[in-house]
Design a protein around this ligand. Structure first.
Ligand SMILES: [Zn+2]
Length: 345
């Protein structure tokens, strides 16, 4: 089968490798339908290796169809359409037994490390807890977006956002854009976005979901927000991963509001602790998602409350994944958000 494998920075190769033929008793083999290119994949491509071993098959945001079912599994059949939950938490440690496998030291990640298989290949072997069935009302393309949407639902959960609250989302890459959709789905009354890329601002504005989409380079985001909310937003979610963006979140949130850091910063950031204390603000991180998020995300998509497909910019074959996917997404000022790869095309 064809697979896209990681060899180092700027070195991804489409190779012919042996397809899996049999799986373990509590595993399935999935024929991949669509796999999204994620920011983590782009980091590895641009400046890796960070987490990825050489020859790793890439891809952790994917959907597909079950083609082989392990002998001990009763709940899956050939032909089941599934979305993949890529976290591996095989241990029985402090976190895993509390349903927090994403925080386990022993965790691995399909398509990143500690698992040979990934979504940018025609087939993948997965554990039973890595696959969740999709109802007919959720497409394969939407299925490939459950993983990044789960990141945003967990961030919103961690923010304590309640129906009727106001929110700033700083950074409108794919995660920021999905956070806009998720905040809207859970009943935010006003959504503001700060994004320096004009193409992305225009795109988010076209959804008609935001009370303001600002350029943090030329506009004072917190001043714009205070004009519209008087006291500031209840919640700010940082999705850009840089110091200026975090500072804008801290300034824009109301007293006793909450700032959630989702963006991964590549450098250490300074925080205005004076402001944090004086405003009585809660600042917290949000990493991945609990693995039980999948049924909630799938249900929101099925109910048409979370139109994740709005973030899809283009679709490419595995052969074109580097030239029309990775290179396009790492180009400065890119107007694309999610690019989906179709390994069997
Ligand atoms: Zn990802």
């Amino acid at each position: 089968m064809k697979a896209l494998r990681f060899y180092g920075s700027n070195d991804l190769r489409v190779e012919d490798i042996a397809a899996p033929e049999i799986c373990g008793p509590r595993q399935v083999i999935v024929k991949v339908a669509w796999c999204g290119i994620c920011g983590t994949d782009l980091h590895e491509y641009a400046m890796g290796p960070i987490f990825m071993p050489s020859q790793q098959i890439l891809g952790h945001e994917f959907s597909g169809t079950v083609v082989e079912v392990g002998s001990e599994l009763k709940d899956y059949r050939e032909g089941d359409r599934v979305a993949i939950q890529p976290l591996l938490a095989p241990g029985v440690d402090y976190y895993t037994v509390r349903g927090l496998g994403h925080l386990s030291e022993q965790s691995g990640f399909v398509g990143i490390r500690n698992w040979a298989w990934g979504g940018m290949a025609e087939y993948a072997v997965l554990n039973d807890y890595n696959v969740f069935k999709l109802p007919d009302s959720v497409s394969d393309e939407q299925g490939a977006l459950v993983e990044p949407a789960a990141v945003t639902l967990y961030a919103i959960d961690n923010s304590g956002l309640q129906a009727g609250n106001t929110v700033l989302i700083s950074g409108a890459g794919t995660i920021g854009a999905l956070t806009v959709l998720t905040a809207n789905a859970v009943g935010a009354s006003q959504i503001f976005v700060a994004e320096s890329n004009p193409a992305r601002r225009k795109f988010i504005e076209s959804w008609g979901l935001c009370g303001g989409v600002f350029d943090p380079i030329t506009e004072d985001v917190s001043a714009r927000i205070c004009e519209r909310t008087t006291v500031g937003v209840d919640v700010a979610i940082e999705c850009a991963g840089n110091e200026d963006s975090l500072a804008a979140c801290l300034r824009s949130v109301r007293r006793q509001g909450t700032v959630v850091q989702v963006g991964l910063a590549t450098a250490t950031c300074n925080v205005d602790l004076q402001l944090l204390v004086m405003k009585d603000v809660t600042l917290r991180g949000s990493f991945c998602y609990p693995i039980y998020s999948w049924p909630r995300v799938i249900a929101l998509i099925a109910a048409r409350k979370l139109p994740v497909e709005k973030t899809i910019s283009s679709r490419v074959s595995l052969d074109a994944a580097v030239s029309d996917g990775f290179e396009v997404l790492t180009a400065p000022g890119t107007d694309r958000l999610k690019i989906l790869v179709q390994p069997s095309a």
